[in-house]
Design a protein around this ligand. Structure first.
Ligand code: GRF
Length: 205
């Protein structure tokens, strides 16, 4: 029996290199799913261009056009449901989602964060880690809950901070790991192999 291909919605605000990694791995069949919608809150996000080149449907929902976060999120949910999205991937989406959005896709929202959570949540995580002086940092893929970067962790990759690093070099090393573990986590989700058990995620064989 073949499983239906998972329909993935990707939310972006900018460059979209993680989106590109997902598009590439869906195109080569590594991810048994398809990017059914790329949604940006900014019309000039470069990721929209990447989506168009890959033939993925795009939409822009500008947060500035809505009076409240709730109204903005309701429109996002409508667009994602309209595209029959099963899995929502946040990929550099710079808006905090409301509880109503999270409930609408409970257990079906993933995020990539450029640090080893629970260290350095929030914005500028690479800079936070660099300035703190840690020897290791990395990247985390996690399910999204109502906190900021607090949901159950799916995969992590550790990255060394080298003596000669500046913030740019360190960020590039982290990003390379993001591009590896995000598609891997999405593949596991699409294969039905992720089980959320309280704070933990079990990966089924
Ligand atoms: C990445 O560093 C990701 O971890 C963070 O936002 C950045 C997005 O980069 N959430 P890109 O748009 O995927 O290139």
């Amino acid at each position: 029996m073949s499983r239906a291909r998972t329909r993935i919605g990707v939310l972006i605000s900018g460059s979209g290199t993680n989106l590109q990694a997902l598009l590439d791995r869906a195109a080569d069949g590594t991810i048994p799913g398809e990017v059914a919608l790329v949604l940006s809150n900014k019309e000039d996000a470069h990721g929209l261009e990447r989506a168009r080149k890959a033939g993925a449907p795009t939409a822009v929902v500008r947060h500035k056009d809505f009076p409240t976060r709730e109204a903005f999120d309701a429109r996002l949910v409508e667009a994602l449901r309209g595209a029959r999205v099963d899995l929502v991937c946040l990929a550099g989406f710079m808006r905090v989602l409301t509880p109503a959005f999270i409930r609408a896709f409970e257990g079906r929202i993933l995020n990539i964060h450029p640090a080893l959570l629970p260290a350095f949540p929030g914005v500028h995580a690479q800079k936070q880690a660099f300035d703190y002086g840690v020897r290791w940092t990395g990247a985390t893929v996690h399910f999204v809950d109502e906190g900021t970067d607090t949901g159950p962790i799916v995969l992590q990759a550790a990255v060394p901070v080298l003596p000669e690093d500046d913030l740019e070099r360190l960020s590039a090393r982290i990003l390379a790991e993001e591009h590896r573990i995000y598609p891997e986590a999405v593949r596991l989700f699409c294969e039905g192999r992720l089980r959320i058990e309280g704070r933990k995620v079990r990966i089924l064989e």
